[in-house]
Design a binder for this molecule. Sequence first.
Ligand SMILES: *Cc1c(COP(=O)(O)O)cnc(C)c1O
Length: 652
Amino acid sequence: MWKAEDSIELYGIEKWGNGYFSVNEKGNVVVLPNKNLYQSVDIMDLIEEIEKSRDLEFPVLLRFPQMLEDRIDEITGAFMGAIEEFNYSGTYQPIFPMKVNQRKEVIEYIIKYGAKHKIGMEVGTKAELLAALSLGLPRYAPLICNGYKDEDYLRLALSIHNLNNIIIVVDLFEEIYDILKYADAMGVVPRVGMRVKLFARGSGRWVESGGESAKFGLSTSEALELMRILEERGLTSSLKMLHFHIGSQITDIRTVKNAMNEAARVYAKARKMADIEYLNVGGGLSVDYNGSNTATPSSANYSLQEYANDIVYTVQKICDDEEVPCPTIVSESGRAIAAYHSMLIFKIIGRKNAKSSPLRPPDDEAPMQIDDLCSAFKEINIDNYKEHYHDALQYRDELYDSFNLGNIGLEERAKGETLFWMVCKKAAFLAKEAGDESDEFLELKKLVSQKYIGNFSLFQSVPDMWGVEQIFPTIPLHRLDEMPSERGRIVDITCDSDGEIKRYAGDSEGLEYLEMHPLLENQDYYLGIFLLGAYQDTLGDFHNLLGCAHEVHVMAEDGEWYICQKVEGDTCKKLLDFFNYETKDYIWEIMDRCVTRKESIRKRELEQIEAELNRTLKGYTYFITRPPRQSKKKKKETERDLGQRRPEALKG
Ligand SMILES: *Cc1c(COP(=O)(O)O)cnc(C)c1O
């Protein structure tokens, strides 16, 4: 008997889930936003509620704000634990880097839940700075300004210097002249940091962010020059922070150790020249997306505690050695804070390459190749599958030759294709039985696996899957007490052949297939893509004009769960507006054109065109499976609900 535990094991849920996900005895995925078994969300109950309320179609992006809180607690806790263990004389300061997720609701949650740890923000552009300012970060919370800085950026940062805990990080040496010029003109004493280039490099995909050739950071001589310039102007105490960032998703702990050794040494030497308060170790703390606990690109070979220990211990040791005070350690662990909190739910809306059509027995006049394919299918077995498969390839080629010469018709061609396909399927099955790992049969297995069409856009919701081939765990959300008997691959609804999930969590390289359940006649099949909270929200694009998905934010408290906020996704109209189509008069223009095109157009026909245009424009950009049948009155209410974006959870 297949049990929920078997599914947990099969899909590696405990390996990548960090304690936030499990499967209950009903075979449904449950979410534990604060890792508490008594505060769990049965995902199928939630799906039912969303379906019942009829205001939102799938795909739906779920957010669990409590996971953001839990991650901030965990990361801060790991550093505070290390600080205690090593008797470190400084403290720790968490920072959220905005570029990881700039969505307003997400930043609001982070500011709210991170307040107890005095969480600060890091911004890299003017727009990010404006966004951070709009959300009321407390005055004491550091607001670190990074990136390329023009006059507007610098003047804005300096103008609010005395009302916020702003630190302007010099990423490129020349910036210091502008900072000092505008600060002088505006009469402010600036607080600056300097980003240094380390010789040590990151590991994994973003290795280029570090090392000598990195885009940002000062060389040793530039750093010394910067300190000299500050000293010359009596501004030595303006240097508050030493910063480095060797790349995101650092998969190998040795890289962290190497970088820390070097960075702590740089800090200690510089500390002898200036009262530097913060040592900012940047981002890089990895998320184990495939659950393999290895140094492969979608994983990490270390734990959060190990990371914190290595950093605190190294800084401590080197500061002792150099006899300088220990700094406040700052980390900007964006990915590790945000990744877990969101997931996408979508439905399977069909199958591709089914390639099984009804087959009638060959008649007497059937071409020879059909007879041959028929016997290949009948006779293929575990001892001769290779031979018969090769024969079948040849018969198929002959069949197409014959068709191209006009000797056989469409009927026969169809029959031949179906038979060939049946031989392939059987051959793939037999090769698996025989443990045949040859390239030829691995390729064949891929060819005959089913493709399932998922109602989502990979480019919009999981851009890194396409862009950098990152693995995001994708699994069925229910029927997990049933043994999955099908192997499939998921494609999205874009018209792009890259819109396919090519790797599934399960081992370090990623599996090529997802173990799935046979589709049922009258039941929807729901899948989830997990760990989408870092980078995916704003990296996503509008390929094929598929827009943002609807969002549902869920909290669990006192043994219950509730939806604390809904955020409506994009309508077709919104996308057209975004790409400069004027939708204001769109309907009238089209109707005008209809009238001029056809002199005697009936009123009914016109009305119908108008109605269809109207409905499609206002509708969701994704495949709508069940048009909502709402009364007018109910609809008004939902619109009002959605208008109130300010979540309950944030009031008070
Ligand atoms: C991107 C970035 C981060 C975030 O890195 P993660 O690996 O997501 O934690 C932190 N700091 C700086 C300066 C960055 O550019």
